[in-house]
Design a protein around this ligand. Structure first.
Ligand SMILES: [Zn+2]
Ligand SMILES: [Zn+2]
Length: 355
């Protein structure tokens, strides 16, 4: 039986490990290294799953993974018409083949030929090239690359990529789009999205919030409502639960204090939490006060979670959805060093999490 993410057994496992050993092992796995047996045995369940997942790729099969397709705020990195030194570095990273795209995930099981997209961004054309499985490319040729698409909300970075899957682009067919009832209504009633529905390309599939739904028997998902600027529909985070681990994808929230859930409890109960890392500090927002910030600040999120991370009870806490003003985008910079020193991570394109 798959343990429930709020199952105390998972917390118990978290409590028993050394976070630095875990991060070192995960980094080694990400780099393609084999982790020594002794260290693998000492790792908590979710870290062992990552290690074993890596090994299965060689010996057996990888199973279900979340693949990071993008890590930037809605308007991307660099942003249009932005020529700050940071955005110019973003352009250079694209030229070097290591650019950042708008925050998104793919859930992939290449050998079972299962592929899901989590948020459809304006960068979709280039970012799904990261799904290199021949089965995915064959299925794209058949106009049915994804078994389903999950959408968090109706802001441009999170759903407008659907436009490129329509008539003038890939021309997908019969693809369920999993979202809230309000988001499904929005897609079915507002052009040009309603045209995708009329043509049978996407099938808005509302899922009730706050309870488990099985998706094709491949994994389970819960939709967690979050407070956010909801001009067109509402906003959720997705909690995915695979055979071996759970992952929360929560790229946008107004503030942790306004949320009905306790963030410390949340990161204790999941194996990986991908969280809103839009801004680093108030300095990025000239003229704004702490009271009218549209997002939590990375530094205050780390302050809020530091005790639970230091206690070893937390799963991996990984920031995503970085705004083009965020100095944590600077590769090798002091902000990235602070994040790592404090036991947190910053998402990067190509990261994989075994589920
Ligand atoms: Zn966003
Ligand atoms: Zn948003």
């Amino acid at each position: 039986m798959t343990p429930h993410p709020t199952d105390p057994r998972i917390s118990g496992v978290h409590r028993a490990f050394d976070r630095r050993a875990f991060l070192a092992a995960v980094t080694a796995v990400a780099a393609g290294a084999l982790v020594p047996e002794g260290l693998a045995a000492a790792l908590p369940q979710h870290a062992r799953a990552a290690v074993q997942g890596s090994r299965r790729r060689i010996a057996d099969r990888a199973g279900l993974e979340a693949l990071v397709l993008g890590t930037a705020q809605d308007a991307g990195f660099p942003q249009v018409g932005c020529y700050t030194p940071r955005c110019e570095r973003g352009r250079a990273e694209h030229r070097e083949g290591r650019g950042r795209y708008v925050s998104s995930l793919a859930l992939v099981d290449p050998e079972a030929e299962r592929f899901y997209l989590v948020d459809a961004t304006p960068d979709i054309t280039r970012q799904i090239d990261a799904i290199e499985a021949p089965a995915f490319r064959r299925r794209a040729g058949e106009r049915r690359p994804f078994d389903g698409i999950f959408l968090t909300h109706a802001h441009i970075g999170h759903y407008t990529g659907l436009a490129l899957l329509g008539n003038e682009g890939l021309g997908i067919r019969d693809t369920p789009v999993y979202c809230t009832a309000a988001m499904a209504d929005f897609l079915s009633s507002e052009q040009p999205w309603a045209f995708l529905v009329e043509q049978g390309r996407i099938v808005p599939t509302p899922l009730e919030t706050g309870r488990w739904h099985s998706i094709d028997g491949v994994f389970d998902v819960q939709l967690w409502p979050v407070p956010h600027r909801d001009e067109f529909a509402d906003t959720v985070g997705f909690l995915f639960r695979g055979p071996s681990a759970s992952l929360l994808f929560l790229p946008d929230i107004d503030s942790w204090a306004a949320w009905e859930r306790d963030l410390g409890e949340v990161v204790r109960s999941v194996d990986v939490a991908l969280l809103d890392g839009s801004f680093w500090s108030i300095d990025e927002l000239p003229g704004r006060s702490m009271d009218d910030l549209p997002h939590p600040l990375m530094r205050s999120t780390m302050d809020r979670l530091q005790a639970v991370v230091d206690s070893g009870e937390a799963g991996r806490v990984v920031f995503t959805h970085l705004n083009n003003s965020n100095p944590a985008l600077d590769e090798g910079g002091p902000e990235q060093a602070e994040v790592a020193r404090r036991g947190f991570e910053i998402a990067r394109e190509g990261m994989r999490f075994s589920l």
